[in-house]
Design a protein around this ligand. Structure first.
Ligand SMILES: Cc1cc2nc3c(=O)[nH]c(=O)nc-3n(C[C@H](O)[C@H](O)[C@H](O)COP(=O)(O)OP(=O)(O)OC[C@H]3O[C@@H](n4cnc5c(N)ncnc54)[C@H](O)[C@@H]3O)c2cc1C
Length: 345
């Protein structure tokens, strides 16, 4: 048997520590996973190339700048992209969280801009998208800029929906609102961006909002590989899979993590918790397929622990509808995150 791993970048980023990196709590190497070393340990051939298309009937994977691969059994784990990148000016003027390796590599440019601007002038940072990722990044960036910038910081979080942290317990939402109010961070719901121009956002209703730095954290949509392939997919561009990760209607192809949507749980949030927990079941199912044995079903946990880094040495958490905040919560998050990432480093 020959095992091949295809990745577009040999460095994988552990997203759980990205807000802490933005806050200046972690160095870049602490959240990076060297995929080359992992592949070598697993005895897998590594191909560093972007996968362009999968043809599930011919069992072929088309690669950029590399000969097409033919497979007997394949698993897609290509993650997600960010919604709204096609709006005018977003790719040119905003820093989007996907691809995450690019986000992390370019963060220093933003911090450098805040350091060298004219003293006394406020540095206006805007985060578009106030789900868990946007809120955490906004709060962490605000602390970093307050500490390292050359003057006052004006931070705004814009959300197109009617509330921040959609789906989160109301106690957690209230605590975030309190933290934002105490730091002078503006939270605006019902604010839909139409276009980004150099130094300003154009919002629905023809309002404008100036910025020096713009983060784009608008939630997950499917990646080009899925959109460009003849795969069963939902309206957001995620591959439709059974609870065994088998792609609906295609033997020999599985999909996991953000890029897949379970037929049985179409509303399951795109979260690393599920991607990570899927690993064991995927491992079992790939081996079972090769041996002609029964595949296992993945049963997603509905309620998982949420821990948001607030960038000031504290974290906010929620579980079973109960929310909490403290330095101890941040120490706990740090411990869990480091334990996870170090296992792969
Ligand atoms: C700022 C931020 C913080 C987050 N924090 C948390 C958290 O604390 N807890 C949590 O549960 N979730 C969190 N998430 C969500 C979490 O990051 C995702 O759910 C998780 O990364 C999904 O894992 P994945 O393996 O499916 O995809 P990814 O981790 O995105 O991995 C996909 C990989 O595929 C590669 N790839 C993509 N396209 C191609 C291609 N065409 N060819 C070859 N390779 C390709 C990518 O480079 C990447 O390495 C966070 C998200 C963000 C944006």
């Amino acid at each position: 048997m020959a095992l091949t791993l295809v990745v577009d970048d040999p460095i994988a980023i552990y997203s759980g520590m990205v807000p802490g990196f933005v806050a200046g709590q972690y160095a870049r190497h602490e959240l990076e996973i060297d995929v080359r070393r992992l592949a070598a340990r697993a005895g897998a051939r590594l191909i560093e190339a972007r996968a362009l298309r999968v043809d599930p009937r011919r069992r072929q994977l088309e690669l950029e700048g590399h000969p097409t691969l033919t497979y007997d059994l394949a698993s897609l784990d290509v993650g997600s992209s960010v919604a709204g990148l096609e709006l005018p000016g977003v790719r040119e003027h905003a820093l989007s969280t996907r691809p995450m390796v690019r986000f992390v590599r370019r963060m220093h440019e933003l911090i450098d801009r805040a350091r060298v601007r004219l003293p006394g002038r406020p540095f206006r940072a805007v985060v578009v998208g106030a789900g868990a990722g946007g809120v955490e990044l906004g709060l962490c960036l605000e602390r970093r800029l307050a500490r390292e910038g050359a003057g006052p910081v004006e931070m705004s979080l814009l959300e197109a929906g009617t509330r921040i942290l959609a789906g989160a317990p109301s106690g957690l939402v209230r605590r975030v609102q309190q933290v934002a109010a105490a730091r002078g961070i503006r939270l605006s719901c019902g604010a839909r961006v139409q276009a980004v121009e150099p130094g300003q956002l154009r919002l629905e209703g023809d309002q404008t909002l100036p910025f020096e730095a713009l983060l784009w954290v608008t939630g997950a949509v499917g990646v080009a590989l899925v959109r460009d392939s003849e795969l069963p997919q939902d309206e957001r561009g995620f591959v439709r899979v059974r609870s065994t990760f088998e792609v609906v209607g295609h033997d020999g192809l599985l999909a996991v993590g953000d890029c897949a949507t379970f037929e049985a749980f179409p509303d399951l949030p795109k979260a690393g918790v599920h991607a990570v927990r899927s690993g064991r079941v995927l491992d079992h199912n790939l081996r079972a397929r090769l041996r002609g044995e029964r595949l296992r079903a993945y049963r997603p946990q509905r309620d998982f622990l949420t821990l948001l880094n607030l960038g000031d040495g504290t974290a906010l958490g929620a579980k079973w509808g109960i929310s909490f905040r403290g330095r101890w919560a941040m120490r706990w998050k740090d411990h869990l995150d480091r334990r996870f990432v170090e296992a792969f480093q």
